[in-house]
Write a protein that binds this ligand. Structure first.
Ligand code: GLU
Length: 312
C-alpha cells in the first residue's frame, strides 16, 4: 500500500440475523486494519434480500458493533438510506445498463429445477456452473420464453484467468469460464445480486481495502473482472479464516447459541470476546481481556493466521 494513500475499509454485514462470533471476527479485523493505518471505516448494510433482512437487525448490528468497542467513520443508519443496499437500486440499474450496452448480459429463463437438471460441474463453492442454456437464444426463442417467466440477467464471462494476491491467503487464480461460469447479476424478481452491488458500492464509497471471510474468496475473481469492465479500481483484499463449531459446521446466524445476543445475555464482557477473537486470529498468544483499542498498536497482517478456526 502506497504510504500517501488513506486506507478506506468497510464492514459490510447482511442484516439477516444477530451478529455471531464469525461476523464479530470480520468486524474486528477490518477495524484493526483500518485503525492501525490511520484510515477510515465505512459501515454498509447489505440488506439486498427483502425476505431475509430487517431494519431491527441493522440496529442490532450497530449496537453490537459499538458494544465491542468498535467505531465507524461513515455509513450506518444515521446517514439515512445512503449506505443501505436496498435503497441503491437506481445506481445498480445504471451500471447494469452499462454492462448491457457492452453486450455482456443476457436474459436467463432457467428455473431452479432446470438449472439443477443440467449436467454441469460444480464450482468450488458447491454451486453449479451454468450450463449455458439461455446464452445463445434467438430473439424469437426469448420472446416465447418471456411469455412464461420473467428472466434473470446473467453475465457472459470470458475464457480468462483472473489472478490476484490476497493479503492473507496468498496467490489466488481462477478461470472465469471453467471455474466460475456465467453468473446472475439481477434475479428474476428484480433484486440485484450481491456480486454487482458489492462492486458498485465499493467503488462509489471509495473503498480500497476489503477484509472479509474467505467464503468470499471464490467471488473475488468475478468481482475483479466486473471492476475492470466498469472502469473501477480493484481494492486490496484480505480474506480471513472462517469460524467453525465443534460439530464441523460453519458458524451461522441460525445457531442462536453463539450470537452476540446470547453471549451478552450470559454477562460476558466485550473485552473477553475481543481477547478470544484476537487469540483465534493469531494476534494474542492466549486469550485475555483486552479492548479493541489496545490491540491497534500491535496489529500486523503478518501475524494473522490462515487456518480455519474451530470454536470450542
Ligand atoms: N454482506 C456479506 C456478508 O455478510 C459480506 C460481503 C463482503 O464483505 O463483500 O457475508
Amino acid at each position: 500500500m502506497n504510504d500517501e494513500k488513506k486506507v478506506i475499509g468497510r464492514f459490510a454485514p447482511s442484516p439477516s440475523g444477530r451478529m455471531h462470533l464469525g461476523n464479530a471476527f470480520s468486524a474486528l479485523l477490518a477495524w484493526l486494519s483500518v485503525r492501525s493505518a490511520g484510515g477510515e471505516l465505512v459501515l454498509r448494510l447489505e440488506d439486498l434480500d427483502p425476505a431475509r433482512c430487517k431494519r431491527a437487525y441493522c440496529e442490532q448490528v450497530e449496537e453490537d458493533f459499538r458494544w465491542l468497542g468498535l467505531t465507524w467513520d461513515r455509513g450506518g443508519l444515521e446517514e439515512g438510506d445512503t449506505y443501505l443496499q436496498s435503497k441503491r437500486s437506481d445506481l445498480y440499474r445504471t451500471y447494469t445498463e452499462f454492462l448491457q450496452e457492452k453486450g455482456l448480459l443476457y436474459p436467463c429463463y432457467c428455473s431452479r429445477n432446470e438449472l439443477h437438471a443440467a449436467s454441469a460441474p460444480h464450482r468450488s463453492d458447491g454451486v453449479l456452473l451454468y450450463g449455458g442454456a439461455c446464452r445463445s437464444l434467438t430473439p424469437e426463442q426469448r420472446k416465447e420464453k418471456a411469455k412464461l417467466r420473467r428472466p434473470a440477467l446473467r453475465v457472459r464471462v470470458p475464457n480468462e484467468r483472473i489472478s490476484f494476491t490476497d493479503g492473507v491467503m496468498g496467490e489466488v487464480s481462477q478461470n472465469l469460464e471453467t471455474e466460475c461460469g456465467d453468473f446472475i447479476l439481477r434475479r428474476s424478481d428484480g433484486v440485484y445480486a450481491y456480486q454487482l452491488a458489492v462492486v458498485v458500492d465499493d467503488a462509489l464509497m471509495g473503498i480500497n481495502q476489503v477484509v472479509r471471510g474467505c467464503d468470499l474468496l471464490d467471488s473475488t475473481p468475478r468481482q475483479i473482472w466486473l471492476q475492470r469492465e466498469l472502469g473501477f479500481a480493484t481494492p486490496e483484499h484480505y480474506h480471513i479464516p472462517l469460524l467453525y463449531g465443534s460439530d464441523g459446521h460453519r458458524l451461522s446466524k441460525r445457531q442462536r447459541d453463539i450470537d452476540l445476543g446470547a453471549i451478552r445475555a450470559k454477562g460476558t464482557a466485550p473485552e473477553e470476546v475481543i481477547g478470544l477473537l484476537a487469540h483465534w486470529a493469531g494476534l494474542l498468544e492466549r486469550p485475555k481481556k483486552v479492548s479493541a483499542a489496545e490491540l491497534i498498536s500491535e496489529f500486523d497482517w503478518a501475524k494473522v493466521q490462515k487456518m480455519d478456526i474451530v470454536v470450542p
